[in-house]
Design a protein around this ligand. Structure first.
Ligand code: CP
Ligand code: NVA
Length: 309
């Protein structure tokens, strides 16, 4: 079997994504009464070691991968890029070859997606994308799990995205094409989603609309999703924040969606900017289930990478 890198959702394909979501549901419910640090009884990754490289900040990705490895019977180690030789310019190629001799898989959070592709090219162990400027596939696995858990059928689902056309949206678009749901995107001019992801989603059978009108996108949606208006590595430019203001997810906008619609946000949130406090704290908000599900989704991703799914 060739090495299973999880650089983007398309690397796995739709059948594998569905299997990962199913496995996450099963594994999560099977350990409902266990302490969070306890190992799953079957310990499928017994003895395996994951290295996590961070070139950007993280709370959820860092902790969820660590917890996921412990629950699967393995362990994880954290490398803050700034305190390693990567931070002093050691090449990606050499880093990949060295770490491949010491650990069983590598998760990396970085800026340029080309770096993760280079890492995968030289590594002889699976590489997992823990967020790049281009995409955030692990996050979307947790989002899909959260929707399924809350009774949503992914096929034909109407998902509205409000705000910035960013890395998280790119991965949503990839998921839409693979799992056949529809995405209505409302973003200000100049912040459109990546055309490559829109085209691919449409080609794969998803209906994708891009509008400047937040109400048009939100109307009758099953789920409303937003994210920070300023991603890591971007400037806090005042013109961008001003352009984004009409796209805040507030009660008026949420009321346009279906009565059983849910709200997702990958976090960290800037309450009062991309989402109002009433929506964030309201009964339709699933943001903390979504955050918890990072653990359960990472476990499925890891199992897939290790050829156990
Ligand atoms: N959602 C997410 O990836 O969170 P962190 O930046 O805290 O990892
Ligand atoms: N779009 C955000 C996601 C953070 C989890 C960023 O890239 O900073």
């Amino acid at each position: 079997m060739s090495i299973r890198h999880f650089l983007d959702l398309s690397a796995a394909g739709s059948d594998a994504l569905a299997a990962m979501i199913d496995d996450a549901v099963t594994r999560k419910s099977a350990r409902a009464n266990l302490p969070k640090g306890a190992r799953d009884p079957d310990g499928p990754l017994d003895g395996n070691l994951l290295a996590m490289i961070f070139e950007k900040n993280s709370t959820r990705t860092r902790v969820s991968f660590d917890v996921a490895m412990r629950q699967l019977g393995g362990s994880a180690l954290i490398m803050e890029a700034g305190s390693t030789q990567i931070g002093r310019g050691e090449s990606v190629a050499d880093t990949a070859r060295v770490l491949s001799r010491m650990v069983d898989a590598i998760m990396i959070r970085t800026d340029d997606h080309a770096k993760i592709e280079e890492l995968a090219h030289y590594a002889t162990v699976p590489i997992i994308n823990g967020l790049t400027d281009r995409s955030h596939p692990c996050q979307i696995m947790a989002d899909l799990l959260t929707l399924v858990e809350h009774g949503k059928t992914l096929q034909g689902l109407e998902l509205a995205w409000l705000g910035d056309g960013n890395n998280v949206l790119n991965s949503i678009l990839e998921a839409a094409g693979l799992l056949k749901f529809n995405v209505r995107i409302a973003v200000p001019e100049g912040y459109d989603p990546d055309a490559e992801f829109v085209t691919a989603a449409r080609k794969n059978g998803a209906r994708v609309t891009v509008t400047r009108d937040p109400v048009e996108a939100a109307s009758d949606a099953d789920v409303i999703v937003t994210d920070t208006w300023v991603s890591m590595g971007q400037d806090h430019a005042a013109p961008k924040l001003a352009a984004m203001a009409p796209y805040q997810v507030d009660n008026t906008l949420l009321a346009k969606a279906r009565p059983d619609a849910v709200f997702l946000h990958c976090l960290p949130a800037h309450v009062g900017e991309e989402v109002s406090e009433t929506v964030f704290e309201g009964s339709q908000s699933l943001v903390f289930d979504e955050a918890e599900n990072r653990v359960h989704a990472q476990k499925s991703i890891l199992l897939w990478c290790f050829g156990k799914l």
